[in-house]
Design a protein around this ligand. Structure first.
Ligand SMILES: C=C1C[C@]23C[C@@]1(O)CC[C@H]2[C@@]12CC[C@H](O)[C@@](C)(C(=O)O1)[C@H]2[C@@H]3C(=O)O
Ligand code: AKG
Ligand code: FE2
Length: 323
């Protein structure tokens, strides 16, 4: 992969940061009241933080150490694992429509790892695989609680899509180096990962203790999410928005760079099989019209991957309301 030209990245706007927000919904998975809180969080924010999640800390630390090792390699070594389509190393360019950010990353398809992979590919592969099994289990538990909360049966309507052998899930490791020079001078931040919603059903994000993640509230205000390396953050994705006929809404989020510390994040994007029809669940539709045209995950993904990060990808699949 070629070196990204300096002027293009320098043209990224500087953004004024905001105060960390203390009102992010907190779900304790060990508590019996978590169902109702989960539903409220998905309706109000499309985003929440999870504690008592059951993912062993040693799996998280092992993978984080592998990721740090990889990102510490010389660029020429990392580029041997590129480009990131569909799996591999990427640097500054996000997707194929011209988006850029202050980030380097590994995009991994859990089913097919790139063959060139840092210094000890087998250790890396097994750290990713152990982590993903535990995180997918937690994601399924959350989706089953959501089905219970919505009073949908069977309770695995969402989770079975992630458990399917053909599930089209993605895993991403992001590294945001610190950018002290311009930021320190201006007190503003640069875009690490531009604003977007995630197209899949659910995303499970874990980061180290470096800030940067922001979400957009329903009123359009951006708020900073205080980092917490011991917890997970969950995003409602576009597909879950459609399956709930808009009752839950996918959350717009972005990452700003931190002026003095590296941020390392790991995100599991739980997606359905490519052939799966994505449509509102009939049991949620009593007396309601579907807000969406019919489409498969393959059709949505193909369309989404041709859009820019900040685009509203669902707009092409929305039914125009009759007047
Ligand atoms: C600009 C893009 C990058 C993206 C594909 C897209 O065309 C629009 C969606 C982007 C996104 C956001 C969530 C995940 O990070 C991702 C892997 C995904 O499934 O959709 C990325 C895509 C990417 O980086 O290739
Ligand atoms: O790196 C992060 O913290 C979030 C990145 C993100 O939203 C994504 O990769 O889709
Ligand atoms: Fe995202």
């Amino acid at each position: 992969m070629g070196v990204f030209s300096k002027p293009a990245i320098e043209q990224l706007p500087l953004i004024r940061n905001c105060m960390p927000f203390s009102g992010i919904p907190l779900i304790d998975l060990s508590q019996p009241d978590s169902k109702a809180l989960l539903i409220e969080a998905c309706q109000e924010f499309g985003f929440f933080k999870v504690i008592n999640h059951g993912v062993p800390m040693d799996l998280i630390s092992k993978l984080e150490a592998e990721a740090i090792n990889f990102f510490s390699l010389p660029l020429s070594e990392k580029e041997k694992a590129g480009p990131p389509n569909p799996s591999g190393y990427g640097n500054k360019r996000i997707g194929s429509s011209g988006d850029i950010g202050r980030v380097e990353y590994l995009l991994l398809n859990p089913q097919s790892f790139p063959s060139v992979f840092g210094q000890n590919p087998d250790m890396f592969r097994s750290a990713v695989s152990d982590y993903l099994s535990a995180v997918r289990k937690m994601a399924c538990e959350i989706l089953e609680l959501l089905a219970d909360g919505l009073m949908i049966q069977p309770r695995n309507v969402f989770s079975k899509l992630l458990m399917d052998e053909q599930s089209d899930s993605v895993f991403r490791l992001n590294h945001y180096p610190p950018y002290p020079e311009r930021q320190a001078l201006s007190g503003k931040c640069m875009i690490g990962f531009g604003e977007h919603t995630d197209p899949q059903i659910i995303s499970v994000l874990r980061s180290n203790n470096t800030s940067g993640l922001q979400i957009s509230l329903r009123n359009g205000n951006w708020i900073s999410v205080p980092p917490d390396e011991n917890s997970f953050f969950i995003n409602v994705g576009d597909s879950l928005q459609v399956m709930t006929n808009g009752r839950f809404q996918s959350v717009k989020h972005r990452v700003l760079t931190n002026s003095c510390k590296s941020r390392v994040s790991m995100i599991y994007f739980g997606g359905p099989p490519l052939s799966e029809k994505i449509a509102p669940l009939p049991s949620l539709m009593e007396g309601e019209e579907s807000h969406y045209k019919e489409f498969t995950w393959f059709e949505y993904k193909r369309s989404a991957y041709n859009t820019r990060l900040a685009d509203n990808r669902l707009v092409f699949f929305q039914k125009v309301a009759a007047t």
